[in-house]
Design a protein around this ligand. Sequence first.
Ligand SMILES: [Zn+2]
Ligand SMILES: [Zn+2]
Length: 202
Amino acid sequence: MIYDGAADPVAPSTRTGGIPLVPPDFDWPRCAECDGPMQFLAQIRLDDIDPAEEGLFSIFMCQNEPGLCLEWEPESGGNRAFVFRSEPLAPADVPVGGVVLLTETAAITYAAISEVRYERARQRWHTETGGLLRHVLGQLGGPPEWLQDDETPTCGGCAKPMTFVVQLEEGHDHRTSMNFGSGCGYGFRCRPCDTASFLWQP
Ligand SMILES: [Zn+2]
Ligand SMILES: [Zn+2]
């Protein structure tokens, strides 16, 4: 996933930041620890992964009291991930107050690199294209490149290990980026149950 400049904040595309596109009955998620509204981080088009699918994978995380809400853990209630199916999705009503949006909406393009490991693919893209390493915003699919131990979450619906969707870097510019403790975020889902999960590692 490569940084591709500024995006429209309500674009239906895969992006970091902006305003999430959500179904009509959506309630903006609040943090289970501090009760503040979460920050919207990113949405991934599911047809970027599989052209036969529709919908969005969407990630939120508490940034009201960074480090106090266990926002790095998948089950803490300090973050939320969603799969929004093909109902009509529209820009969410953004809550007033709290840290709810990133200050930049970043478009994402893809580069296919024939390396299994993300870290090697990232380095190879940098070497072959001369592009900046900080313009690599993550990976879609493939195996997750864990910075710490393997923390693949278990689905709350069927108790099976969830499927890896996306690994996210914090962003191309630290002034507008997400906060993963200088590490990476990891999104997972269970396709049969339509559940989603998020965590990050420093
Ligand atoms: Zn919180
Ligand atoms: Zn499941």
